[in-house]
Design a protein around this ligand. Structure first.
Ligand code: PEP
Length: 267
């Protein structure tokens, strides 16, 4: 499947790293070292660092987008410690949803993630929906089925036109590859990207499924990014650990710039 018209995206998931005192400097260092035409750069710091990062990258060109790592599924109310989508106005324009660490640590279900997806779209946030199988699922040949179920659970009740209009991005992140230093094979990630689009196509998306960017995530580095971006079905990366290291991000975004140029999207 040729992804000529799809966005090329490198999204940094800083997880629970950085403070308001140091996040801005890290963001501006990364921004200054990753100015690649045609690549959408997204930095997702902890909530408390959103403002520092947004200020630090405000004038960067091409623009750097700022994203949150989560939102609550309600808009307002007695939910101690939570942050709702409308509260991110002026701070973030993207949001990561359904990361496997939240599925694991906060018990997030596909249904709950689906509710958050609706809140993200209503608030004008561009969602990155994370899906991915456990190692046992892959070893048992169930990876495709698990990801299909995750998509079905999160996307049911959502109008494909609204999600496509919001720029839905899917991040394929095999759980066994996250933070382990053991990345998936490019060919397997590519096959999953095809499977993800086939799943969307069958669930009412029709030909719009071909326009949905699919990122790979799981121990991506500047050394292995080529394996993924050599695959036409893969449109970029969601990067965790390496996204805190400017040298690494520079290498990853430089490789993404090659993909953007090859696709004719870089200007
Ligand atoms: C992630 O946090 O989404 C991720 C892929 O982490 P890492 O790159 O560290 O595996």
């Amino acid at each position: 499947m040729i992804g000529a018209m799809r966005d090329v995206i490198v999204a940094a998931n800083w997880k629970m790293h950085t403070t308001p005192a140091d996040a801005g400097e890290l963001a501006s260092t990364i921004a200054s070292r990753t100015r690649e035409a045609g690549v959408i750069r997204v930095i997702c710091p902890p909530f408390v660092c959103l403002q520092a990062v947004a200020q630090a990258v405000a004038d960067d060109d091409p623009p750097v987008a700022v994203g949150a790592q989560n939102i609550h599924h309600e808009l307002v109310g007695a939910y101690t410690g939570e942050v709702s989508a409308p509260m991110l106005a002026g701070l973030a324009t993207w949001v990561i949803l359904g990361h496997s660490e939240r599925r694991r640590d906060a018990g997030e279900t596909d249904e709950l993630i689906g509710l958050k997806l609706g809140r993200a779209v209503d608030a004008g946030l561009r969602p990155i929906l994370c899906v991915g199988e456990q190692l046992a699922d892959r070893e048992a040949g169930r990876a495709g089925g698990v990801v299909d179920e995750q998509l079905a659970g999160a996307l049911e009740r959502h109008d494909p036109t609204a999600l496509a209009g919001a720029g839905l991005v899917i991040a394929y992140e095999p759980v066994w590859a996250i933070g382990t230093g053991r990345n998936a094979r490019g060919a397997d990630a590519s096959a999953m990207a095809d499977g993800i689009r086939a799943s969307l196509e069958q669930r009412g998306w029709g030909s719009r499924a071909a326009d949905v960017p699919v990122l790979y995530g799981g121990s991506v580095t500047s050394t292995n990014i080529d394996e993924f971006l050599a695959e036409p079905a893969i449109d970029g990366a969601l990067v965790g650990g390496a996204s805190l290291k400017p040298d690494e991000v520079a290498g990853i975004v430089a490789r993404a710039g090659m993909t953007a140029r090859a696709r004719g999207g870089a200007r």
